[in-house]
Each structure stands twice: as C-alpha cells, then as structure tokens.
Design a protein around this ligand. Structure first.
Ligand code: IMP
Length: 197
C-alpha cells in the first residue's frame, strides 16, 4: 500500500484529509511527519498551479510516496471573484479573519442577497512516484452573509452562508463540513481518479 504525504502544515486540513482518504490510504503523513521542510512561493496564476508547485517541491524530496497538495480560496462574484487565489494574503497574511471578514461584509454593503453569490474553490494536485501528475478541482456555492455566524471552521467560514443548509460553514460540525466542502469534494474526486490508474 502506497504512502501518501500531504504537503500542508495545517492540522485541521490533515484531520479532514485523513478521515476522507483513510479507507484507501491508511498511511497518510503530513510534511512534518515525513520530516520534510520546504518553503514554496505560491506565485501561480491558478489554484492548480499553486497546488502543483507545492506537491512537486515535496515530491522532489520523497520519491517513494504519492505526494498531494491543495490550494484553495474564496471567490466573491460581486467583487470580481476576489480574493480568489490571494485569499490567505488578502489584507496581509497576519491580519485576523475578524478584520478580513468585516472588510468583505462592508464592501458588500447594500448588495442584495441574489448578488452576494460566492464559492470556495479547492484544487488538489498529486505527484506519483513515477512522475505522473494530476489535478482535480471542486467548489461549494454559497452567499456572503451580513454578519459573522458560527464558531467552527476557520478563515472565511463565518461569513460563508450556504442557502441549502440555512447555515454558514462555521455553523457546521467538522463531519458535516467535510461532506459538502470544496476540499472534501476535491479529496473524494482525487481518490476516485487515483483508483482508475
Ligand atoms: P490555502 O489553500 O491553505 O492556501 O488557503 C487559502 C485561503 O483560502 C485560506 O487561508 C482561507 O482564507 C481561505 N479558505 C480556504 N478554504 C476555506 C474554508 O474551508 N473555510 C474558510 N476559508 C477558507
């Protein structure tokens, strides 16, 4: 059974990745667990390019494993799909999400519900031990709320309202979010693609 290394330092993501991939890949390591340290400048123009850059950098140091990496972001239609691939860096990497979320809400002042559409996007890249590369992408559609709601999740979750669920993604449990999220969907897609090989 092949080992998977997921190129992230984020523990929350690792929990999600493990719970979704475990049935097929029992051995999933974070970069830290694999003893790999690398800094990648995410200067690609798409989520896929950024995810591939991260996966390639780790794959260069771990030739026996399937290496995966993700890149994700929030696209707000009314703001020309900002912050998009710059979601983590929006208003500065170290600015709190309280401030980033408040800023997005204020930029949407007076915008009616039907024009508040937004989506989370996630691309996942995989580099296989034989050098083959693949990417998948998935989204979850929602709307920018009028105030922060919910304590779960991270980042922009408190302002991302999913009409079908009547809740923000910050009001979902981790399990509930994994079932519907961009990252959950992309991970399941990647698992299916890898099975076809
Ligand atoms: P990255 O994929 O780790 O580079 O994350 C990109 C950024 O997109 C994060 O730092 C968050 O700001 C935002 N983001 C991505 N996925 C989510 C999510 O599930 N909830 C809230 N914010 C997210």
């Amino acid at each position: 059974m092949e080992e998977v290394i997921f190129a992230t330092g984020n523990e929350g993501k690792m929990r999600e990745i493990r719970s979704i991939l475990a049935d097929t890949y029992p051995k999933i390591l974070s970069m830290k667990e694999a003893g790999i340290r690398t800094e990648v400048t995410e200067d690609g123009k798409t989520y896929e390019e950024n995810a591939l850059m991260k996966a390639r950098a780790v794959a260069a140091m771990a030739t026996e494993a399937i290496v995966m990496a993700d890149d994700s972001g929030l696209e707000v239609d009314f703001l020309n799909r900002e912050p998009g691939i710059y979601s983590a860096r929006y208003m500065g990497e170290s600015t709190s999400y309280r401030i980033k979320n408040a800023n997005l809400i204020s930029r949407m002042e007076g915008v009616p519900a039907e024009k508040r559409t937004a989506r989370f996007v996630c691309a996942i890249a995989a580099v296989l031990p034989d050098g083959r590369e693949m990417t998948v992408r998935a989204t979850i559609e929602g709307r920018i709320g009028y105030e922060e709601k919910g304590e779960g999740g991270f980042g922009y979750d408190p302002i991302f309202f999913v009409p079908e669920l009547g809740k923000t993604t910050a009001e979902l449990t981790e399990e509930e979010k994994n079932l519907v999220s961009h990252r959950g969907k992309a991970l399941r897609l990647m698992k299916e693609e890898l099975k076809k090989l």
